[in-house]
Design a protein around this ligand. Structure first.
Ligand code: ADE
Length: 242
């Protein structure tokens, strides 16, 4: 999958993208990043990328010309891939959107800066707007990295463990069950007996119930949309009755 990133701060990306799993995935040709500096597509002496807003008010607005030129010179005049603007006004990112985007062979990510972007970018270039939550950052660079990270780890072969992503918190619509590793006892705290039993049917049921219990305690809002079996519903019903 190819990520085309359009930004005014290209230097932000390599330290993160060149670390660990994402670098390995890129070395293996599973993902590819191209970072494009919007400023390279300006033609005035000062390489101007922003200007004051029509109608007055504070802040600066990202100009349309360099953004259109950057995207069109990289992707061609009528790009087929999603062109996503990272903005607090977008649909709120979650695992389902990560999965949806992971189906594309290429996506373009436009990082907003300044107080906003000229509305014509939004209306005539951008095909999707994504927010990473209801708070405002200084730009779309961190949100872009978050998107790339969440999408990349869903691609086949990126994680060492082929089931790594399917067991995740949120993958099933529930929070993940608790994990333990050696030693079986640490400072007097024991690993739950059942995990040492070798009975995989019982372990799977225990994990499922722990997922349900955690979600019920920490994120009950997720239970509304999670696919639940009759046994799951009974378990939750009993929790509610306690
Ligand atoms: N740019 C600034 N804040 C943002 C947010 N919350 N999500 C995506 N892009 C942003």
């Amino acid at each position: 999958m190819l990520f085309n990133i359009f930004t005014l701060l290209p230097e932000i990306f390599s330290p993160y993208l060149q670390a660990s799993i994402l670098q390995k995935a890129s070395d293996r040709g599973l993902i590819q990043f191209q970072v494009h500096n919007i400023r390279d597509y300006t033609h005035d002496r000062h390489h101007t990328t922003d200007d004051t807003p029509y109608g007055g008010g504070g802040g600066m607005v990202l100009k349309p010309e360099p953004v259109f030129e950057a995207v069109e010179s990289v992707l061609g005049p009528s790009p087929a891939c999603p062109i996503i603007l990272m903005t607090p006004q977008g649909r709120v990112f979650n695992q389902k959107i990560a999965l949806e985007l992971s189906a594309h062979s290429q996506i373009a990510l436009v990082c907003g800066r300044y107080e906003g972007v000229d509305e014509r970018i939004r209306k005539h270039l951008i095909t999707d707007e994504i927010s990473i939550g209801d708070y405002v950052l200084t730009g779309g660079e961190l949100p872009t990295l978050i998107l790339i990270d969440a999408i990349s780890r869903l691609l086949p072969g990126v994680l060492g463990d082929p089931d790594g992503a399917s067991d995740d918190s949120h993958a099933s619509g529930l929070l993940e069950y608790p994990h333990y590793t050696r030693p079986p006892e640490f400072r007097g705290w024991q690993v739950p007996e059942i995990l040492l039993s070798g009975d995989h049917e019982k372990i799977n049921r225990w994990r499922r119930e722990q997922s349900l219990l955690r979600t019920w305690k920490k994120r009950p809002d997720l239970l509304v949309n999670a696919p639940l079996s009759t046994a799951d519903q009974k378990f939750l019903q009993d929790l509610g009755d306690e």
